[in-house]
Design a protein around this ligand. Structure first.
Ligand SMILES: C[S@@+](CC[C@H](N)C(=O)[O-])C[C@H]1O[C@@H](n2cnc3c(N)ncnc32)[C@H](O)[C@@H]1O
Length: 250
């Protein structure tokens, strides 16, 4: 495993493309902080929260009471690494996490589609087993292979307890991992890589869920490609089994 950096010190997905938000473009909510009701400060009813946009310090009417600056304040849940059986490192909840809670930002280098294609092929050629490129939008991807937060260690599951969500933060799109359900401390975190993951080689899924799709990101790789890859994979497995049988029987 490469050296792990402190998540708070790593690049956020927007760090490579800093963009000053113009005053006219700042989305300002209508929340009003009521000391008798702490939920009044940018909770579920906040216009910005409803549109997955973070409030900006200095503009939010709730000022220091604003609760809608979680990416900017790195308000991550406590997590820790674990060594899994068969699929490398994974990430555990190190405290009870509530459904809907922001867990961690998926940080890394922001790269173009062309660069993602190029890097993915190059990593595969270098024999890198694990792939860390996920989609930011149709034009940009986040590559956490060399630099990233602990989110890069979250494995795939076909029945996940987390999901990725895209938020607009200081005018930029950023990707966060959020809990889909209540998660108890000590449980491995997972999300479904479908439509997010820019993987290289076909990887057999080890999630053990009853609805397992057998391969990682089977849907995002396109039905035809994955169908033929699966056929090829099964053909290879059968050929090996037949050869072993021939060797053992003869
Ligand atoms: C983003 S990384 C996850 C962290 C990785 N386990 C590690 O040790 O760094 C994605 C890689 O983890 C492995 N992986 C993740 N989920 C898996 C699963 N359900 N089954 C098999 N391999 C998985 C695959 O090798 C994949 O390329």
């Amino acid at each position: 495993m490469g050296k792990i950096r402190d998540a708070k010190k790593t690049l956020s997905s927007s760090a490579l493309r800093p963009k000053k938000v113009k005053d006219d473009d700042v989305a300002i909510c209508f929340c009003k902080y009521d000391p008798n009701n702490p939920e009044s400060a940018c909770g579920d009813g906040c216009l910005n929260v409803m549109t997955s946009t973070e409030c900006i310090r200095g503009y939010c009417p709730c000022q220091d009471y604003c609760k809608n600056q979680r990416f900017q304040n790195c308000e991550y849940a406590k997590t820790k690494l674990l060594q899994t059986e068969g699929h490398g490192w994974g990430l555990l909840a190190d405290e009870d996490i509530k459904a809907g809670q922001f867990i961690i930002e998926y940080c890394g280098e922001v790269i173009s589609l062309e660069e993602a294609k190029h890097r993915s092929q190059s990593y595969e050629a270098q024999g890198l087993k694990d792939a860390y490129i996920i989609s930011l939008n149709s034009n940009y991807f986040i590559d956490a292979t060399k630099r990233g937060s602990l989110a890069r260690f979250i494995n795939h599951s076909c029945l996940p307890n987390c999901e990725t969500r895209k938020w607009t933060v200081l005018g930029e799109t950023r990707v966060g991992i959020f809990a889909k359900v209540d998660i108890s401390s000590g449980t491995e975190l997972s999300y479904n890589y479908n439509f997010e993951w820019y993987g290289g080689a076909t990887v057999c899924c080890l999630c053990r869920a009853a609805n397992c799709c057998l391969f990682l990101a089977a849907k995002s790789q396109g039905f035809q490609v994955i169908f033929f890859r699966q056929l090829l994979y099964l053909f290879e497995k059968f050929t090996v089994l037949i050869l072993i049988r021939i060797i053992l029987v003869d």
